[in-house]
Ligand binder design. Structure first.
Ligand SMILES: Cc1cc2nc3c(=O)[nH]c(=O)nc-3n(C[C@H](O)[C@H](O)[C@H](O)COP(=O)(O)OP(=O)(O)OC[C@H]3O[C@@H](n4cnc5c(N)ncnc54)[C@H](O)[C@@H]3O)c2cc1C
Length: 383
């Protein structure tokens, strides 16, 4: 039978070579340790410097700042390979932090932080969410009070990916508590090494993605240089976040598509091998139809995300389309993975099977990077 022949239009020979390097690194340095990392709730620290040495980190940051000098297509290759391997490593969040610095940092800030991040010597985290402020960032209570040539930071953050390892944090805080709502927010870079008053809380017990360190962070009279403010003035934090969130949402949507494609691939293999009533599961029309639906949806998702990637590389991806990608593709991912669990029967519920882990890991995709309900609000504002 004919098979689907499709190649992402942004793919080329250079990226194919890069994909091989990334795939090898994931298999040899990340996948092998996943069971232990899931138990300890974080990757090993050396994984970060090894990833840096292999050129996996900041693949789309200019080489003059120590990055790979590629485009978002390079970052996309890393995202796809991690998703297809079912490996969780916080390089996506790390890249997001780098892109805040790239977009809003001074030349000095970029030179100071980006090359160390590219080498994996600094591990990035983005800290927006607080116990009383998730979707509604107006609720942020963390303050950064100016005191001479420092900011004094007080408050706490929660659900912070890479929280355990984080040595460079892009922190959303109120610099002017008297200013109205979102105008009081600024982004400040916090280097955490030997930082007095900074504390990492427990690694949170999640439903899935156990190999990632997701933590609470506490700031108690933490002093950081005032020169760590991102952007020309205080109060720009919210608009900076709104612009940069497209990058994060595109990455999350792409992870959704790659996971869905992988779910269809492993389930197709499984139903050809598993027997019931004297024949392989694929011989039941329901199995074929369900997988046909999943494959079609995954392919629609692929074409849409490739369109978004091309537009992003051309500097033309608008925030509304990025919100569509994040919402629709992660909903689609969850539908497909859930259907694939069903086709695995009881084995689909056993954590030793990749499809079960995929199911547990997928659920959060509809929640973080802005919930899918918030995405629909953003889309609706454009109506
Ligand atoms: C595993 C994990 C990793 C994360 N990593 C990070 C990270 O690295 N950095 C970071 O800053 N945050 C991170 N987050 C936080 C994440 O971004 C928030 O959980 C998310 O934005 C939702 O906020 P909330 O949990 O406070 O839910 P809430 O805002 O309380 O929302 C609860 C429900 O109400 C709905 N809702 C809220 N407002 C509206 C509205 N206006 N219209 C319709 N429905 C609405 C939501 O959609 C949701 O269904 C992470 C979360 C998880 C679970």
């Amino acid at each position: 039978m004919p098979t689907v022949t499709y190649q992402s239009p942004w793919m080329n020979d250079d990226l194919q070579m890069f994909r091989k390097t990334v795939r090898r690194f994931i298999q040899e340095e990340l996948a092998l340790h996943q069971t232990r990392w899931r138990q300890q709730h974080r990757p090993d620290a050396e994984a970060w410097t090894k990833a840096g040495a292999t050129g996996i980190l900041l693949a789309d940051v200019p080489d003059k700042y120590g990055g790979g000098g590629g485009t978002f297509a390079h970052e996309a290759v890393v995202t796809e390979e991690l998703a297809q391997a079912g490996v969780h490593f916080g390089s996506g969040v790390h890249s997001i932090v780098a892109h805040y610095i790239l977009a809003y940092g001074s030349e000095e800030q970029k030179r100071n932080w980006l090359s160390r991040m590219a080498r994996g010597e600094l591990v990035g985290a983005i800290a927006m969410t607080e116990p009383a402020a998730g979707s509604d960032l107006q609720g942020i209570k963390t303050t950064a009070r100016r005191d001479g040539d420092h900011y004094v930071i007080n408050g706490s953050k929660t659900f912070i990916t890479n929280g355990w390892h984080a040595s460079i944090i892009c922190l959303a805080a109120k610099t002017d508590p008297r200013a109205a709502g979102l105008k009081s927010l600024s982004l400040i870079i916090v280097e955490t090494k030997d930082l007095s008053g900074y504390r990492v809380g427990r690694s949170l017990e999640k439903v899935g993605m156990h190999a990632l360190d997701t933590c609470e962070l506490f700031f108690d009279d933490v002093r950081v240089p005032a020169s760590n403010l991102l952007g020309a003035a205080e109060g720009l934090g919210f608009s900076q976040m709104m612009q940069q969130l497209s990058y994060e949402r595109l990455t999350v949507g792409l992870g959704g598509v790659a996971t869905a494609e992988q779910a269809v691939a492993i389930t197709t293999k499984y139903v050809k091998e598993r027997m019931a009533f004297g024949k392989p599961l694929i011989d039941f029309q329901n199995t074929r139809f369900k997988l046909a639906e999943c494959k079609t949806e995954a392919h629609i998702g692929r074409v849409f995300i490739d369109h978004c990637i091309e537009r992003f590389i051309a500097g033309q991806l608008d925030p509304v389309t990025a919100a569509m990608a994040k919402y629709w593709l992660t909903d689609c991912q969850c539908r497909i993975v859930d259907e694939c669990v069903q086709l695995h029967g009881g084995y689909g519920y056993m954590m030793e099977y990749p499809i079960a882990r995929m199911w547990a890991d997928s659920r959060v995709q509809r929640i973080y990077a802005g919930t899918n309900e918030i995405m629909k609000e953003l889309i609706a504002w454009s109506l």
